[in-house]
Design a binder for this molecule. Structure first.
Ligand SMILES: NC(=O)c1ccc[n+]([C@@H]2O[C@H](COP(=O)([O-])OP(=O)(O)OC[C@H]3O[C@@H](n4cnc5c(N)ncnc54)[C@H](O)[C@@H]3O)[C@@H](O)[C@H]2O)c1
Length: 348
């Protein structure tokens, strides 16, 4: 299936199908007909995968970066930019990212800044990157002060979500992507009983479709795009504390916990009833994501971390469900948040 992201002259399509990577050469000749060369940015580890047969149809150079989050640094960005210059890539040429969200974020930022911006096509290889990171044009790296603190909006020419490349993912990486899929499932108002009759392709298409629609209406997150942060206020706090303790938690797991908390907070605020809480738990269980808050984190530290969430504007802000739909709610009373968090932990 081809899913459009409608952004005027920066519109593009997300292709979701088995073998989508083989469409690359055709896309390059159609979308960048004057390109003579491209640089594929990927990690050393992925080069050894059996499916790594990326063919752009033009001269191609490969730049390898460290695996995972290690690549999202100012130093690696600098090295990548130098290598793009050494390859003498011109503004008519392009970058191809092949990797998880770390690679698509880094390569996207490199493409956004090299020669003040050249084109990029993403071939996301994790479920999380296919349903989230590669779509919507957010790119970036981490700073010592925090994750994703430097970056740019830079929309790709196309995104190829290939169901064959995700077959080599370890189970924890599948779970991580499923956290975002479950979030989209709930935002789309789908029920727990519908999960069983869907397919992996159906899950990806649903999540990509929602993100594409929301980004099309709000590219720079001034409105509806913020709804995609459902479950993320607590998730970011958990990820921050887990990282500080040297035992990082996968994003999807943190998002699943964040959603289970957000629906309880919505209930505590009288926005939904017990049925919605039960149904949300059933959806998350349906995706095998019925996680609880890890016991090593103190409630006070979680509250503190949530108040410093980059998107919280120094306030306790959550995306919350109500019977009329989802909305971003700011200025929520700390005591209610603390009490709900303690009850959630006690009941688990
Ligand atoms: N730009 C955005 O809108 C956006 C959205 C969500 C997340 N992100 C970013 O995405 C990053 C997380 O992405 P991620 O979860 O994909 O993690 P990741 O990129 O770190 O990849 C996780 C691991 O999976 C491996 N891997 C990748 N593809 C594989 C495959 N097909 N088979 C086997 N192993 C494979 C990688 O080598 C790595 O070890 C974070 O940095 C986050 O900030 C960005």
């Amino acid at each position: 299936m081809n899913i459009p992201v409608n952004l005027g002259e920066r519109s593009y399509e997300v292709v979701v199908e088995a073998g989508a990577r083989r469409q690359l050469a055709g896309l390059v000749s159609r979308l960048a007909p004057e390109a003579q060369a491209c640089c594929i940015i990927t990690s050393e580890r992925l080069l050894t995968e059996g499916w790594f047969d990326v063919d752009s149809g033009i001269n191609q150079y490969t730049i390898t970066v460290p695996d995972g989050e290690e690549s999202k640094t100012i130093e690696v960005l600098g090295e990548v930019l130098e290598q793009l210059a050494e390859a003498k890539l011109s503004r008519k040429d392009l970058v191809i990212s092949v990797g998880g969200g770390a690679v698509t974020d880094l390569a996207g930022f490199a493409a956004a800044t090299y020669l003040r911006g050249i084109s990029i096509i993403h071939i996301p290889t994790t479920l999380l990157a296919q349903v989230d990171a590669a779509i919507g044009g957010k790119t970036g790296i981490n700073l010592a002060a925090g994750k994703n603190l430097a970056g740019a909006f830079h929309q790709p020419l196309a995104v190829l979500c290939d169901l064959e490349v995700t077959t080599t993912l370890p189970p924890e990486e599948i779970r991580s992507g499923l956290g975002e899929v479950a979030k989209c499932w709930l935002l789309e108002g789908k029920s727990s009983s519908e999960i069983i009759s869907s397919t992996p392709q159906g899950f990806i298409e649903l999540a990509v479709g929602l993100k594409a629609r929301i980004v099309s209406g709000d590219e720079r997150e001034s409105g509806a795009r913020a709804l995609l942060n459902y479950g993320h206020t607590l998730a970011h706090a958990i990820e921050k504390l887990a990282l500080a303790q040297g035992s990082p938690i996968r994003h999807g797991e943190a998002v699943a916990i964040g959603i289970r908390f957000a629906i309880r907070l919505a209930s505590a605020l009288g926005r939904v009833g017990d049925d919605e809480v039960k149904e949300t738990d059933l959806v998350l269980a349906g995706f095998d994501l019925d996680f609880a808050i890890p016991t090593q984190f103190k409630t006070a530290d979680l509250i503190q971390a949530m108040s410093h969430d980059k998107k919280a504007h120094h306030d306790l802000t959550f995306v919350l469900a109500s019977r009329e739909g989802f909305s971003v709610v700011s200025g929520i009373d700390r005591e209610i948040v603390t009490r709900t968090l303690e009850e959630f932990r006690r009941d688990e």
